[in-house]
Write a protein that binds this ligand. Structure first.
Ligand SMILES: Nc1ncnc2c1ncn2[C@@H]1O[C@H](COP(=O)(O)OP(=O)(O)OP(=O)(O)O)[C@@H](O)[C@H]1O
Ligand SMILES: [Mg+2]
Length: 265
């Protein structure tokens, strides 16, 4: 089965999203990288037949990306709305990805729009008042605080998202089911071994014994390279082990030893 987009809803996230949507309560999804956050949101928007507007936050995201900026066309000054204002007016679904990577001034403008009045004053455009249509819906994601470049969100902004979904790495048998969605040949035993390896590395990273925690992207890639005919030991090296060389030979050797014990030489 090569169904790239079919989301496996292993912890009833759609039900929670549905209830939040019906109650017009905005949702925050918390989870480490590669746990299916983006896939979940995309699929939810598809189910609701809503237009999805996405923005991925970083230190470079400016207020103007959200609000808009002045334009000069044929000698006339205009104002082109940014993604936040556009989605409020259109009543689309707005996806604020990694919102905890944004700078404080950007968060302040979000704060204004997301409070119960759901409106914002465009001081940049002569004080125009934008009111969101009632279909407007917002979902944000944050990565756990240990991630580089992430900051704690101010409590008042957190309170704008009163429904919270925690997405973590799935249980083994569920992860196996997810990976099998992306591969055609069945290498169930080998894939399961790759997932066990990933979980050992994740646990070591969680207690800071390793610098990196492999995501579902890696376990899916492991399945795919097996599919391409690569031997399991080599697949484990290229997908799981080699990355640790970035942190030096001691770090790499730790992982290499684990792989040898599981996959042989
Ligand atoms: N429950 C699931 N059902 C189907 N596929 C999944 C599921 N969870 C994760 N995946 C797959 O795992 C990969 C990573 O998922 P995705 O990009 O949605 O994660 P993410 O949490 O948004 O990651 P990041 O924090 O890095 O943005 C994708 O290929 C996705 O389709
Ligand atoms: Mg994502």
């Amino acid at each position: 089965m090569l169904t790239e987009s079919l989301y496996i809803d292993w912890n009833n996230s759609f039900e929670v999203l549905d209830k939040a949507y019906e109650s017009n309560l905005f949702v925050l999804i918390i989870g480490p990288k590669g746990t299916g956050k983006t896939t979940l949101v995309r699929e939810f928007a598809t189910r609701k037949q809503a237009k999805l507007e996405s923005i991925n936050f970083s230190l470079r995201t400016r207020e103007s990306h959200l609000i808009g900026s002045k334009t000069l066309y044929a000698g006339a000054i205009g104002f082109e709305h940014g993604i936040l204002v556009r989605s409020m007016k259109d009543g689309s679904m707005l996806y604020l990805d990694e919102v905890n990577a944004a700078e404080a001034d950007v968060l302040l403008r979000l704060d204004e729009a997301l409070d119960d009045r759901r409106q914002i004053v465009l001081k940049e455009a002569g004080g125009e008042l934008i009111e969101a249509t009632k279909e407007w819906f917002v979902i944000a994601t944050i990565n756990p605080l240990s991630h580089v470049g992430t900051k704690e969100l101010p409590p008042q902004l957190l309170s704008r998202f009163p429904v919270r979904i925690k997405l973590d790495y799935p249980p083994e048998e569920i992860e196996l089911k997810i990976v099998k969605n992306y591969v055609s040949v069945s290498h169930e035993k080998e894939i399961l071994r790759g997932i066990k390896l990933a979980n050992i590395l994740r646990q070591a990273a969680a207690v800071e014994e390793l610098y990196y925690s492999p995501s579902l992207r890696e376990t899916i890639a492991f399945g795919k390279v097996l599919d391409s005919g690569m031997k399991p030991r080599q697949a484990a090296d290229v997908v799981f082990a080699n990355i640790y060389a970035q942190w030096g030979s001691v770090e790499y050797q730790k992982v290499n030893d684990i792989i040898t014990s599981m996959f042989g030489n």
